[in-house]
Design a protein around this ligand. Structure first.
Ligand SMILES: Cc1cc2nc3c(=O)[nH]c(=O)nc-3n(C[C@H](O)[C@H](O)[C@H](O)COP(=O)(O)O)c2cc1C
Length: 194
């Protein structure tokens, strides 16, 4: 299958970057092809322009779509599986990825009379500082899943998966000892078993 990865982390020196690499290794080991948008590296513009707002808010798909947005939409329409890889920032994806949705999920593409292809699968792989138990206890996990899976992916994918690689804050002594390898193995296996 052809896999499109939307990756958002500001630093190459991050655990999330290693997760991305392990996931790609898993994909290619099974013969899947991979295409990636590295949103910070691309300096992807994430603020909506007024013209974009007026187009989307007024449900007017006769207005033009910016070329950087069209390029992302073309990547989506040539993949079977879309994968989002990012760190949790304040119980959300980084603003860079949220802004990508604001612009790329445009009227006439992702809603309205959609030209977006129905995808086989959507996967979110996020890294968190907090352990999973805490994310559940305070409702953070449910909130993140609701937004990413039930709203953004919704029926645009036939199946979906939300993977949290938890306990990865640099202050946590368990980070390297227990979680590092286990999480990279999970990322690899998620890519291998698409
Ligand atoms: C600005 C900022 C906000 C963060 N917010 C959260 C949060 O709300 N919940 C959480 O579990 N971890 C949070 N973290 C921790 C990151 O998710 C953590 O950096 C990441 O999971 C793993 O590390 P990496 O940055 O080396 O990839 C935050 C980190 C930063 C820098």
């Amino acid at each position: 299958m052809h896999v499109f990865i939307v990756y958002a982390h500001p630093s190459e020196d991050s655990f999330t970057r290693r997760v991305r690499d392990a996931f790609i290794e898993g994909c290619t080991a099974t013969g899947h092809s991979v295409e990636i948008s590295d949103l910070y590296k691309m300096n992807f513009r994430t603020d909506m322009s007024e013209a974009e707002y007026l187009r989307d808010a007024n449900f007017n798909d006769t207005l033009p779509v910016e070329s950087d947005v069209v390029a992302e939409q073309e990547k989506i329409n040539r993949c079977e599986v879309i994968v989002f890889i990012y760190p949790v920032f304040w119980t959300e994806a980084p603003a860079k990825l949220v802004g990508w949705f604001n612009r790329v999920w445009s009227y006439g593409f992702a809603y309205g009379n959609r030209s977006m292809k129905s995808l086989k699968k959507g996967i979110c792989i996020c890294t968190s500082g907090h352990p999973i138990g805490r994310l559940k206890e305070y409702g953070h996990l449910e909130a993140m899943k609701t937004v990413m899976i039930n709203d953004r992916l919704f029926d645009r994918v036939a199946s979906s998966e939300f993977v949290v690689l938890d306990g990865m804050t640099k202050a946590d002594t368990e980070r390297r000892k227990n979680n590092w390898k286990r999480h990279l193995d999970t990322a690899y296996e998620t890519g291998r078993n698409l």
